[in-house]
Design a protein around this ligand. Structure first.
Ligand code: S3P
Length: 175
C-alpha cells in the first residue's frame, strides 16, 4: 500500500527579502498546492497596510494578528504558507509550525536580503538607516529560524529554490 500523501502545510520562514512569498508561489505551482502569505491575509482581513497597522497600533498588535492568521490558515490542507519575517519571534508560533506542518528556513545572507529589500518600502521594521542594526536583527532572528525542521540555501531563482525545498522535504512535484 502506498503511503498516504503528506498534506500538512509547508511553512516558509526567513528574514525579510529571503524570497518566502515568491518561492511559495513556485512551490504551489510545482505541487498543485495553494500559496498563502500571512502578511496578505492580515491586510485582507484588516483593510490596512502592514505599515499602517504597525504605525497606528504598534508591533505587539501586529504580532497578535499574525499569530491569529497563522492558526486560521492551518485549518486547510495542501497549503504553502509564506510567513512574515518576525513570526518566529514567538516560541508558541515556532512550536505551532513544527507541530502542524513542515517548516523550512529560506536562508539567504543579509547582504542579498538587503539588495532585494532596497530602501525597505512597505517594511516598517526594516532597519533602513543603520547597517549594524540590520546585522544585529538578522543575527537575532536567525536563532529562531534555525529551529525550523529544515534549512535550505535560498540563493538562486525562485523556481530553483523551490525545487531544492521539495528535494529536501521529499515531496513530489514538478518532475
Ligand atoms: C516583518 C517582516 C515582514 C512583515 C512585517 C514585519 C519582520 O514580512 O511581516 O513588516 O518583523 O521581519 P516579510 O518577511 O515578508 O518582509
Amino acid at each position: 500500500m502506498p503511503e498516504p500523501a503528506d498534506r500538512r502545510p509547508i511553512y516558509l520562514v526567513g528574514f525579510m527579502g529571503s524570497g518566502k512569498s515568491t518561492v511559495a508561489v513556485e512551490l504551489a505551482r510545482l505541487t498543485g498546492r495553494r500559496a498563502v502569505d500571512t502578511d496578505e491575509l492580515i491586510v485582507s482581513r484588516d483593510g490596512r497596510s502592514i505599515e499602517r497597522i504597525i504605525g497606528d497600533e504598534g508591533e505587539p498588535h501586529f504580532r497578535e494578528l499574525e499569530s491569529a492568521v497563522l492558526r486560521e490558515a492551518a485549518a486547510a490542507d495542501d497549503l504553502v504558507v509564506a510567513t512574515g519575517g518576525g513570526l518566529c519571534l514567538q516560541a508558541a508560533n515556532r512550536r505551532f509550525l513544527r507541530r502542524r506542518g513542515r517548516s523550512v528556513w529560506l536562508d539567504l545572507p543579509l547582504e542579498r536580503c538587503r539588495i532585494r529589500v532596497g530602501g525597505g518600502a512597505g517594511r516598517p521594521l526594516w532597519p533602513a538607516g543603520d547597517p549594524m542594526e540590520a546585522r544585529a536583527l538578522f543575527e537575532r532572528r536567525a536563532v529562531g529560524y534555525s529551529l525550523s525542521e529544515l534549512r535550505v540555501d535560498a540563493d538562486g531563482e525562485p523556481a530553483e529554490v523551490a525545487r531544492r525545498v521539495l528535494d529536501r522535504l521529499s515531496v513530489p512535484g514538478g518532475g
